[in-house]
Design a binder for this molecule. Structure first.
Ligand SMILES: Cc1cc2nc3c(=O)[nH]c(=O)nc-3n(C[C@H](O)[C@H](O)[C@H](O)COP(=O)(O)O)c2cc1C
Length: 392
């Protein structure tokens, strides 16, 4: 048997603290602390606790070349077997289903050209089945006043890096049409679920935000798209997956948007009813869940990392790409008289399952959405200047 270590693994000495009644009753602090070593590896679904023998062995078997396992089998057969079973070590031709799946996951990661810390942060930062709205309510952290009470004052809203008399005052210019558009943009948390979104408005939103406006063909297999939004390396790696809920002429369901054909590709329905899945996707944020169309923003990492291999800035650029797309969506919607939102508080795992996405190949980073605004503000919006909601 030939073995090697997985491509990426980080070891963390972690301290867990838990309430301990016995300690409290015996005059202690009431907290039990436990130190343990955890192996964090982006090709695995969960963290793995490792003992000192496993930790040492991981440091002695390299990730590069396959090596004969015989010396380790003779000395530390149990330790080796446990590391192979959990996927931190891989065997070259093991037919065991679990071990083969770990090997395939590791090989996919190797060929994906992820910068290791980014792969780890991306994989570990995903949520599943979380109701962030309920969690915020339970923690009494839903309003700005709640936050101030629970957390104290935040760092200041603006900082000064020079004395007041050294400032160069700039002229305040009159607003033009573009400033008036910007002033009408506010994150929409009040959609009108009773009013369907016309097909033309829906199509125009997708055309503006996600469609290719032109193409540059370097060769038959190398094409660059021009869009209305900037993109790191001009690669436009981010795909748009739609949850269409209330659009005239479009059957409610899941779709992938084709940016060159400007067309919807129908996908299988999610396991849960559509409205339930939409709420799950945005982690229980009911104020977004009833938008007419929600758009999952999911980069194809390989498209970016084709150019930016193991690059320390590549994942960051993809996060920025997604943010730029959402701003184009906000402004496009505002100009059309619609509301829009973006959120990174999403249940990535549930979204991946429904759309058939792989976390390290095309897992989502954010969800945006758009639709008609409601007439009443049921959930608060941040509109202090009355750009959207008339002030009394
Ligand atoms: C990256 C990003 C993530 C956001 N996530 C959430 C979110 O999870 N829930 C939410 O209600 N609003 C979310 N928002 C909206 C912000 O709360 C909002 O932009 C902010 O309060 C300022 O309000 P405005 O967009 O109306 O100017 C997010 C905005 C951005 C840019």
């Amino acid at each position: 048997m030939r073995i090697r270590r997985c491509a990426i693994v980080y070891l963390e000495p972690r301290e867990d603290a838990a309430f301990d009644l016995d300690s409290l009753l015996n005059g202690g602090a009431g907290i039990r602390r436990r130190l343990r070593w955890l192996a964090l590896a982006p090709h695995l679904a969960a963290e793995i606790e490792v003992d000192p023998a496993q930790r040492e062995l991981l440091g002695r078997i390299g990730p590069g070349v396959w090596t004969d396992a015989a010396p380790w089998l003779a000395e530390q057969a149990d330790t080796l077997a446990r590391l192979l079973d959990c996927g931190l070590l891989l065997s070259e031709d093991d037919s065991d289903e679990v071990r083969a799946a770990h090997r395939a996951g590791d090989e996919a990661l190797r060929s994906g050209h992820w910068w290791p810390p980014a792969a780890l942060a991306h994989r570990l930062g995903r949520w599943q089945g979380l109701d962030s709205a309920a969690a915020m309510d339970a923690a009494e952290m839903s309003t700005a006043a709640d936050l101030r009470r629970q957390l104290g004052a935040p760092p200041p809203h603006a900082i000064e890096r020079a004395p007041a008399d050294a400032r160069l005052p700039l002229p305040r210019l009159d607003d033009g049409a573009f400033e008036r558009l910007l002033a009408r943009r506010a994150t929409c948390r009040n959609f009108d679920a009773a009013r369907a979104l016309p097909y033309e408005l829906f199509a125009r939103m997708l055309q503006r935000v996600f469609a290719a406006q032109a193409q540059v063909r370097i060769s038959d297999d190398t094409v660059f798209l021009k869009k209305h939004t900037p993109s790191g390396g001009g690669l436009h790696a981010t795909e748009a997956y739609l949850i269409v809920q209330n659009v005239e002429g479009v059957a409610p369901g899941l779709y992938h948007y084709h940016p060159v054909e400007h067309a919807l590709e129908p996908l299988p329905a999610p396991a849960a009813p559509l409205a339930e899945f939409a709420a799950q996707a945005v982690a229980g944020q009911h104020w977004f869940a009833d938008a007419h169309a929600l758009v999952v923003l999911a980069p194809r990492y390989a498209r970016s990392f084709w150019k930016y291999r193991q690059h320390a800035k590549a994942y960051r650029a993809l996060v920025l790409d997604v943010g730029h797309l959402s701003q184009t969506a906000y402004l496009s919607a505002t100009e059309l008289g619609l509301g829009a939102f973006v959120t990174s508080a999403i249940n990535e795992v549930d979204i991946e399952r429904a759309f058939g996405l792989d976390p390290l190949a095309d897992g989502p980073l954010a969800v945006c959405g758009f639709g008609w605004r409601g007439e009443r503000m049921r959930t608060s919006e941040f509109d202090p200047a009355g750009g959207v909601w008339p002030r009394d």
